[in-house]
Design a protein around this ligand. Structure first.
Ligand SMILES: Nc1ncnc2c1ncn2[C@@H]1O[C@H](COP(=O)(O)OP(=O)(O)OP(=O)(O)O)[C@@H](O)[C@H]1O
Ligand SMILES: O=P(O)(O)OC[C@H]1O[C@H](OP(=O)(O)OP(=O)(O)O)[C@H](O)[C@@H]1O
Ligand SMILES: O=C(O)c1cccnc1
Ligand SMILES: [Mg+2]
Length: 607
């Protein structure tokens, strides 16, 4: 990956690790009012010593998929560690809650910590499935209840984002670089920061978000914007054209060199230099002088819309799909690129042609001038038009130049594509064939446009050792009661086969031993499984007032996502109509659920 990236010294790395701290707004008051009013009502009704078990789980996988990535655990642990109402929090609550609240309740809140809470969880970065609790919170009812909203907000978006990012990684393949460019379009500053963190965990390679880079030690990368190009009008805008040669340090006039190269290249790729924008050339020269070793140019500024046809109805714009006219051939004066006829040729140049005529020509001229000064350009970014078609044309141009001037590295220049990209766009680009090395993705990724919430819930499943069930007309919403364990059973081929929930009092399933796995609600759906491997999904992460298992660094969580995804069969991960992964309960738990269900469901009377 060769986008312009910042360099970090080891001091910086230490500093950024120290900075990997709890987001400042995560604190006990980041909750719903009803948690605190319930806490008071529990306290008033003598429930201070009640002990509860809550499960945090979701009911459906997002994005019409059949898997989810669990994320947010590290933040949950930091939240438990720092849980404490400050004096000003207490003061605020005194002013906000009704006047009849007894002062002793505030004294109780003031001393509240999570020291009596136990938190068991699935490892962060694991693939997870509906109904299998991601977190199990045990401890005093009041404090366990007070944690609900904050734990949900920490897990819901994190898991949704990590899943979204993992899906982009799956469709893009492992050799394409994925950059998160979403901060400007995210759901506010905190949404943007979380999106950068969990996009990285899900498989993105870097972010343009500088604070995320500093706080979480994520590689920060980027190119430049259209405004940089449009701020230059003529070649006179190049204030200083001198660049020291990389090795000899001799002064080189980049403006002169680039202008000469533009003439030479234009004859080779059959584009007239008069058609290229001088302002754009001035901008690219200036950027190259600022970053001679990191020259990455946005080449689509002067496209048909911006240059010639402002306000043209969109139906007249260059449209996507269906291009077939790209291929290179050799003309009478040497190699040529054949440009396909533009769809809206009646209106002048299409985006495709304009991008080639101006941006690409100017880029090649500056890249070749930089080469004369001992530097290698990095590549281009395309942010409009038919990304498949343009990337192929750009690569062909690079290949032509590589051949013509014996510069093999020119063929390997990076092509970055951006502009409203989503999963479907990448799938479609793959189908069409493209030469893109890197996708810059913002809006669809960070806003999770296809599904904006995961829908994790936090349900009471046991109180004072008594199971609790929440009934619903909708069977899918009936909770699975009691203190449970979760196991992942692997099949003979090594893939994960089924997740099994059991009562904690039951012995764990064993390798090679037949286990009856039952659908939690449909009696006839059951199967025997002889696991080749059994993975106990829960570990205790928080107990006795401290973190028991240190959260792994982000990079390891990121690797965990990929290794966990590899345990899933391909048909469960496929984009279209994936096969559902099975989640089952043991026979014992099945009977327990249904006995409790009958006990709790009143018998109606017909009249
Ligand atoms: N070859 C392609 N196949 C499928 N989708 C594509 C292809 N090329 C681009 N796209 C997508 O098509 C959409 C094009 O949107 P839009 O018409 O707004 O862009 P544009 O024509 O470049 O205009 P603008 O200059 O305003 O950005 C984007 O979402 C882009 O990601
Ligand atoms: O399209 P997204 O997936 O949201 O990716 C981020 C977008 O943000 C930038 O555009 P913007 O028009 O804000 O600025 P620019 O001048 O750099 O293109 C960038 O060029 C992308 O188009
Ligand atoms: O660096 C970039 O190219 C970038 C950053 C944010 C948004 N769009 C593009
Ligand atoms: Mg843009």
């Amino acid at each position: 990956m060769s986008l312009l990236a910042t360099k970090m010294s080891s001091d910086d790395l230490i500093c950024s690790r120290k900075m990997a701290r709890q987001n400042g707004i995560v604190q006990p008051l980041l909750t719903d009012l009803y948690q605190i009013t319930m806490a008071y009502a529990y306290w008033k009704s003598g429930k201070v010593n009640d002990v509860a078990v809550f499960d945090l789980f979701f009911r459906t996988n997002p994005f019409q998929g059949e898997f989810t990535i669990f994320a947010g655990l590290e933040e949950c642990l930091k939240f438990l560690e720092n849980f404490h109402y400050s004096d000003s929090d207490i003061e605020y609550l005194k002013q906000t809650l009704p006047e009849n609240i007894e002062p002793e309740f505030f004294a109780y809140l003031k001393d509240l910590t999570c020291k009596d809470i136990k938190l068991s969880a699935i490892e962060e970065g694991s693939v997870v499935f509906p109904r299998v609790p991601l977190l199990r919170v045990e401890g005093p009812l009041i404090i366990a209840q007070l944690l609900e909203t904050t734990l949900l907000t920490l897990v819901n978006f994190a898991s949704l984002m990590a899943t979204n990012a993992a899906r982009y990684r799956m469709v893009a393949g492992k050799h394409v670089s994925l950059l998160e460019f979403g901060l400007r379009r995210a759901q506010g500053p905190d949404g943007g920061l979380s999106a950068s963190k969990y996009a990285y965990i899900g498989g993105f390679d870097g972010t343009s978000n500088v604070l995320a880079g500093k706080m979480f030690n994520i590689p920060v990368k980027g190119t430049h914007a259209h405004s940089f190009v449009t701020s230059f009008s003529t070649l006179d805008d190049v204030s200083s054209a001198t660049l020291s040669h990389a090795e000899t340090r001799a002064p080189c006039n980049l403006l002169q060199l680039a202008s000469e190269w533009r003439k030479k290249v234009s004859s080779i790729i059959d584009i007239s230099p008069e058609e290229a924008s001088d302002g754009e050339l001035a901008a690219l020269i200036s950027y190259a002088i600022a970053f001679p070793s990191g020259f990455m140019a946005l080449v689509d500024t002067y496209d048909v819309k911006r240059y010639n046809f402002q306000g043209l109805p969109s139906r007249h714009r260059q449209r996507i799909n269906g291009h077939s006219g790209y291929n290179s051939n050799c003309g009478p004066n040497g190699p040529r690129i054949q440009i396909s006829p533009s769809i809206d040729s009646t209106y002048g140049y299409s985006t495709v042609e304009r991008t080639l005529r101006s941006g690409l020509l100017n880029f090649c001229a500056v890249a070749l001038a930089l080469n004369d000064c001992g530097y290698r350009a990095l590549g281009i970014r395309i942010d409009s038009g038919d990304l498949a078609y343009l990337s192929v044309l750009a690569r062909e141009t690079f290949d032509q130049i590589a051949r013509e001037f014996q510069l093999p590295w020119f063929s390997k220049l990076t092509i970055v594509a951006s502009n409203d990209i989503n999963e479907e766009t990448i799938l479609s680009l793959n189908e069409q064939g493209h030469k893109i090395d890197s996708f810059g993705i913002g809006t669809h990724l960070v806003t999770c446009q296809r599904q904006p919430a995961l829908g994790c819930v936090y349900k009471l499943v046991e109180i004072n050792s008594q199971p609790r069930i929440k009934l619903s007309q909708d069977v899918g919403k009936v909770t699975i009661p009691g203190h449970k364990e979760a196991y992942r059973l692997f099949g003979a081929d090594g893939h994960a086969l089924i997740d099994l929930l059991q009562r904690s009092s039951e012995p764990p399933p064993e390798v090679g031993q037949k286990v009856l796995c039952r659908h939690p609600f449909q009696e006839s759906k059951r199967a025997y499984v002889i696991p080749s491997k059994v993975e106990h999904l829960y570990k205790m992460y928080w107990s006795d007032g401290h973190i028991c298992i240190k959260p792994k660094p982000l990079l390891e969580v990121r690797e965990r996502v990929q290794s966990s995804l590899r345990t899933l069969r391909q048909d469960i991960k496929r984009n279209l109509n994936p096969t559902p992964y099975k989640v089952a309960v043991s026979d014992n738990l099945y009977n327990f659920i249904h006995d409790l269900w009958l006990q709790n469901a009143p018998i109606g009377e017909l009249s």
